[in-house]
Design a protein. Structure first.
Length: 202
C-alpha cells in the first residue's frame, strides 16, 4: 500500500513540475513522502545517500520516467527545504540520464561532487553540458555516444578523465582542459574526429 502511494505521488509531482528550466528550492511547508530513502523531485527520482544530522541530507539524482521528454535539465543545489530540513543535491547516479534522446543541454550545480559512469551515455542530441568546478573526475563512459557534442570545457578541479569518457563522440572538435595534472584513461577520446583539439593541457 505504501509503495502504491509513493508511485501515485511520483505521478502527481511529474504532472505538476517539469525538469525543464530553472527549478528553485521548494519549501513544502510540511513533509515530503520518502519511501526506501527515495522521493520525487519533478521528473527526477532522488535517493538520500547521507544524513549529516537530522536536518541536513545529501541526495543523488537520476532521471525519472518523464525526463526522456525534456530538452533541458537544470537542477538546483538545494532541492527541498521542509520543516527546517534541507535536501542538497550532491551526486548523479550511474546511468542517471543515459539514453535520453531529446536531451540537448545540462547544467550541473556546484553542490555536485560525483557523477556516475554512463551518466549521459548515448544522449545523442546532447550539445551542451556545463560541469561544475566541484567535480574531480570525468567518470568512465560518462559522455560516450554523445554524437552531437562538439565542444566541452573541463574545469581545473578535474584530475582524472575515465576510460572511454568521450568514446564515439563523432562531432567533438574542441576540449579545453584547465588542469595540467589531469590523467586520461584508455580510449578517453576513442572514435572521436581526427581534428579534435585538446587545449590547455600541458
Amino acid at each position: 500500500m505504501k509503495k502504491l502511494l509513493f508511485i501515485l505521488l511520483i505521478v502527481m509531482f511529474t504532472t505538476q513540475i517539469k525538469a525543464q528550466g530553472t527549478m528553485p528550492p521548494v519549501d513544502m511547508g510540511g513533509s515530503i513522502y520518502v519511501y526506501n530513502d527515495q522521493f520525487p523531485y519533478g521528473d527526477l527520482l532522488c535517493t538520500i545517500t547521507k544524513r549529516n544530522d537530522d536536518k541536513h541530507f545529501e541526495v543523488s539524482v537520476e532521471g525519472g520516467y518523464m525526463a526522456k521528454y525534456d530538452d533541458i535539465i537544470i537542477i538546483d543545489s538545494v532541492l527541498y527545504t521542509t520543516k527546517g530540513r534541507k535536501y542538497v543535491f550532491t551526486a548523479l547516479n550511474d546511468r542517471a540520464f543515459a539514453e535520453l534522446p531529446r536531451l540537448v543541454s545540462v547544467i550541473i550545480p556546484n553542490s555536485v561532487t560525483s557523477i556516475g559512469t554512463h551518466a549521459f551515455y548515448n544522449c545523442n542530441s546532447l550539445k551542451k553540458i556545463i560541469i561544475s568546478d566541484s567535480i574531480t573526475s570525468i567518470s568512465d563512459y560518462m559522455l560516450c555516444g554523445c554524437v552531437a557534442l562538439d565542444s566541452l570545457t573541463i574545469p581545473k578541479s578535474v584530475v582524472n578523465i575515465g576510460k572511454c569518457a568521450f568514446y564515439n563522440c563523432f562531432d567533438l572538435k574542441k576540449i579545453t582542459v584547465y588542469s595540467k595534472y589531469a590523467s586520461f584513461g584508455k580510449n578517453s577520446f576513442g572514435n572521436c574526429p581526427e581534428e579534435l583539439v585538446v587545449h590547455g593541457y600541458a
